[in-house]
Design a protein around this ligand. Sequence first.
Ligand SMILES: [Mg+2]
Length: 129
Amino acid sequence: MPIRLLVVDDEVDFLESIVMRIKLRGFETHGVTSGTAALEHLEANPDSTDIVMLDIKMPGMDGLETLRQIKTSFPELEVIVVTGHGSQEYNRLGRELGAFDYLIKPIRLDTILERIEAAYSSRHPGSGD
Ligand SMILES: [Mg+2]
């Protein structure tokens, strides 16, 4: 079964591009443009997702609050946080809230895929190969 990914990012062009590129690499990928939409998607489709790739800087509910709520309601999900701003403070806060990893845009596709697979493997030992 392919790894199932939920991508959350308010930049629609970035979101559509990254969802398409990740799909082409064989992952099952769904995109939403806000933290609220992410939580609604997870609540409506509770067994739809293995990994969440989550933008930090979003209007309304930001990525850190979204991360906190995801980890409260769906502790089995691994979350990779993404930002356009290299900030050790965001990194620290994200880790405290339980993020698996922290990536800074622009991010190479291979790096994203490598981190997604690492996050999945951390939850599914022996799933590799
Ligand atoms: Mg953003």
